[in-house]
Design a binder for this molecule. Structure first.
Ligand SMILES: CC(C)(COP(=O)(O)OP(=O)(O)OC[C@H]1O[C@@H](n2cnc3c(N)ncnc32)[C@H](O)[C@@H]1OP(=O)(O)O)[C@@H](O)C(=O)NCCC(=O)NCCS
Length: 168
């Protein structure tokens, strides 16, 4: 008799339940040579916000497996309050995509700008550090269904690019 592989389907969770907001004041030690915020800080904090949203969804530790290219529309200044709004937008068996929207606000003038949107992929890990199954996402509106469809297409493109890279 062949091996029986037990699979357990976890209950789906709404997209909104994963939502995380992280805010941080930008300090002088985060400056680049031009005196604006170093892009690397923004990437690090976007990665943290995305990971938190995925941990909230999967309720376990996660590691970053891919980060899509990041474009900064305008500089973020020292003294700005930067907010990262992260939400899970795709779930595979063990992988998740988080969308992270970054806004910068001058706390004195309240001037606020959307500086960029980042997409990052994480893998859920069990206690032994192995990829582990996660709950699926549940769309609760037509807009959320659209969000899930677009995220699935992005993940499809990433995996296609990965296959091409690995075949070279
Ligand atoms: C993430 C890691 C555990 C995956 O292990 P693995 O043995 O390659 O596992 P798999 O090939 O089964 O991939 C796991 C999932 O990630 C997805 N994945 C793998 N590479 C991917 C990529 N480049 N882009 C998007 N998704 C990817 C797979 O499709 C799979 O998803 P699914 O289970 O939802 O179908 C392993 O690659 C790792 O430890 N990487 C280093 C992570 C790290 O240290 N991050 C911090 C960066 S410094």
């Amino acid at each position: 008799m062949g091996n029986i592989i037990a699979t357990m389907t976890l209950p789906s969770k709404p997209i909104g339940a994963s939502r995380v907001t992280l805010s941080q004041l930008m300090h002088p030690d985060q400056a680049n040579l031009l005196g604006n915020v170093h892009g690397g800080w923004i990437m690090k904090l976007a990665d943290e916000a995305g990971a938190l949203a995925c941990m909230r969804h999967a309720q376990c530790k996660v590691v970053t497996v891919a980060i899509d290219s990041m474009t900064f529309r305008e500089p973020i200044k020292i003294g700005d309050l930067v907010t990262f709004n992260a939400v899970v937008t795709y779930t595979g068996r063990t992988s998740m995509e988080a969308e992270v929207n970054v806004h910068a606000e001058n706390p004195v003038t309240s001037e606020r700008s959307h500086t960029n949107t980042a997409y990052l992929v994480y893998v859920a890990l069990d206690d032994e550090g192995k990829p582990t199954e996660i709950p699926q996402l549940m769309a609760e509106s037509a807009e959320e269904t659209h969000t899930l469809t677009q995220a699935k297409e992005r993940q499809g493109r990433r995996l296609k690019e990965k296959r091409i890279r690995e075949s070279q």
